[in-house]
Write a protein that binds this ligand. Structure first.
Ligand code: ASP
Length: 594
């Protein structure tokens, strides 16, 4: 139906006849001449109709925004003075000869011919229109280029694309499962995969050797932190390769991709042990673009009279730490109050601070509500350790280690952003040497990655001191975002059972839930490992989008609904009967069925 995309007509086509299809982006009547800006995926071209072409001119007068047209015409140079240098097609226009209205359109729910800030709910409800906007189209195009690059890279490195089931059993990745009732087995349920983890490991047992898949994963979790119930992973697994090999292969993939798609050189990714990341940045995904670091000061605070500090300083599970912000003494009381509220989100009960005004005057040169509690000597020792200078501010965190890390870690990032402290555009790294387990609030241990991650010690050492064991897991982090994570896996049945036992999964449950894996480990499982990248996050970072919803064609809302299709929806009673399901409606007032 067309000879060119609107956005691709240029000076090389001057004198040629072209046929274009697309939407009416804008229509202008200029004293007897009609200008139509016509838009398609690739851009906008200007079409001119003059009254000599009587029939087409009459139609051009009738068209409205977003009508779908086919036009035939001749490309010509724009007259002097009307060239638009900002438009790729700005040097030419098409003199329209024929015009066919392929479809009419109602007035769009929001204008598309100029950028307007439209509420997200409206955008999601009319997503098919929202995706016509160039910024959305460009992101989807970029996403397609990204997956294309990844497929080529992995293909060239001998990886095979293998699909794994969507209707399956639970794969523990730390979230709730989405369940699908079975009609043929009343009372039984499939789970949608939280990841293809176990299948990709089985593929290694089968000898696939190098697997990848661009896989949909489903996790029913709290959506506050820019997450989606279904999201996409670039999932990779490889046999006979150690941690170093996998990390360097994946680092090259991401590095080459940034070079090719963004012209950016990420350099070599530094490696940082988990313990160091937590200590210096309070996070296992530190944003290394921000030069601020958290410094321990518990040893200096143990003896002070002030319980808020002395308590956690003496508690083996506590932490007392400081964060110095160069030049931060300019922060106003109001700003500090806001930061205090902010750290409250992470459980901090307050935010103590010291402003350094005249360090040459010792403690007298410090301005702070807490120096009187610390005593001058301790206050100055802290300033020494932090190498504080006039104009700086020092914030403090004192609580359980987890709270201090989360609060100061988040404050560090917030200050970095608010005060624009970034020292570079991209800061990638690998975080390694994660602990195998972490303590659950109510007691017991849970796997930090997943229960199939290999520890760096023997099964015996693991059983003896599980809380001390490190794992062979690695996370790729970019600008404070976890891009991907993975590990060397357990390929030995004994070790796998030891991990299950430590997690409190008894023999019967092991057989019931993971019998197939334990069976597979008996029949010659090669050493293997892998990782998975979050594709949505990767594309979000690369396109500079603010949320993963901006890089997903049809995302769900924060409360896991689709405003476009109104999913999830009720189903009729007959369908439920077939599934042997009776619904207990939530009691009025409560949000969901228990
Ligand atoms: N399955 C893991 C995840 O989804 C990634 C991996 O270990 O390969 O986080």
């Amino acid at each position: 139906m067309r000879s060119h995309y609107c956005g691709s007509v240029n000076e090389a086509h001057i004198g040629q006849e072209v046929t274009l299809c697309g939407w009416v982006h804008r229509r202008r009547d200029h004293g007897g001449v009609i200008f139509l800006d016509m838009r398609d995926r690739e851009g906008v071209a200007q079409i001119v109709f003059d009254p000599d072409t009587v029939e087409s001119f009459a139609k051009a007068e009738r068209v409205r925004s977003e009508y779908v047209l086919q036009i035939k015409g001749f490309v010509r140079a724009r007259p002097d003075g009307t060239v638009n240098e900002d438009m790729p097609t700005g040097k030419i226009e098409v003199l329209g000869k024929e015009l066919e209205i392929l479809n009419a359109a109602e007035t769009p729910p929001f204008p598309l011919d100029e950028y307007v800030d439209v509420g997200e709910d409206t955008r999601l409800k009319f997503r098919f229109m929202d995706l016509r906007r160039p910024e959305m189209l460009n992101r989807l195009m970029f996403r397609s280029k990204t997956t294309n690059f990844i497929r080529n890279y992995l293909d060239q490195n001998g990886f095979m694309d293998v699909e794994t089931p969507i209707l399956t059993r639970a794969t523990p990745e730390g979230a709730r499962d989405y369940l699908v009732p079975s009609r043929t087995h009343a009372g039984s349920f499939f789970a949608l995969p939280q990841s293809p983890q176990l299948f990709k490991q089985l593929l290694m047992v089968s000898g696939i050797d190098r697997y990848y898949q661009i896989a949909k994963c489903f996790r029913d979790e709290d959506l506050r932190a820019d997450r989606q119930p279904e999201f996409t992973q670039v999932d990779v697994e490889v046999s006979y390769m150690d941690d170093e090999g996998i990390m360097s292969l994946m680092e090259s993939m991401v590095g080459d991709m940034f070079k090719e798609l963004l012209g950016q050189d990420l350099g070599t990714f530094p490696r940082m042990p988990y313990a160091e990341a937590m200590q210096r940045y309070g996070s296992d995904k530190p944003d290394l673009r921000i030069p601020l670091e958290i410094v321990d000061v518990a040893d200096l605070m143990e003896g002070v009279d002030f319980k808020v500090f002395a308590g956690p300083a003496k508690d083996p599970k506590g932490r007392v730490a400081a964060l110095k912000v160069t030049g931060g003494a300019e922060l106003s009381r109001k700003q500090i109050d806001e930061y205090t509220k902010y750290v409250g989100i992470y459980g901090a009960k307050g935010l103590a601070w010291i402003k350094v005004n005249e360090i040459e005057n010792g403690a007298n040169g410090l301005q702070s509500p807490i120096v009187k509690f610390l005593g001058d000597e301790v206050a100055m020792q802290i300033m020494d350790r932090l190498e504080a200078k006039n104009g700086d501010i020092v914030f403090f965190g004192a609580d359980k280690t987890k709270v201090v890390n989360e609060a100061l870690g988040a404050l560090r990032c917030k200050l970095g952003e608010d005060l624009d402290l970034f020292t570079c555009e991209w800061a990638p790294l690998w975080v390694v040497d994660f602990p195998m387990f972490e303590e659950l609030d109510g007691g017991g241990l849970t796997a930090i990655h997943h229960p199939f991650t290999a520890p760096s010690c023997s099964p015996e050492e693991l059983r003896n001191a599980p809380e001390k064991a490190l794992s062979r897991a690695y996370d790729m982090v970019l600008n404070g975002t976890e891009l991907g994570g993975g590990s060397i896996r357990i390929h030995d049945g004994d070790m796998q059972k030891a991990v299950f036992e430590i997690l409190g999964i008894d023999e019967a449950e092991q057989q019931n839930k993971f019998g197939f894996l334990l069976d597979a480990l008996k029949y010659g499982c090669p050493p293997h490992g892998g990782l998975a990248f979050g594709l949505d996050r990767l594309v979000m970072l690369m396109t500079g989008a603010k949320s993963i919803r901006e890089v997903i064609a049809f995302p769900k809302t924060q409360s896991a609904t689709c405003l476009l299709t109104q999913a999830p929806g009720e189903v009729d009673a007959k369908q439920l009967r077939e599934l042997s399901i009776r619904v207990r409606k939530p009691e009025s007032g409560s949000e969901s069925a228990q």
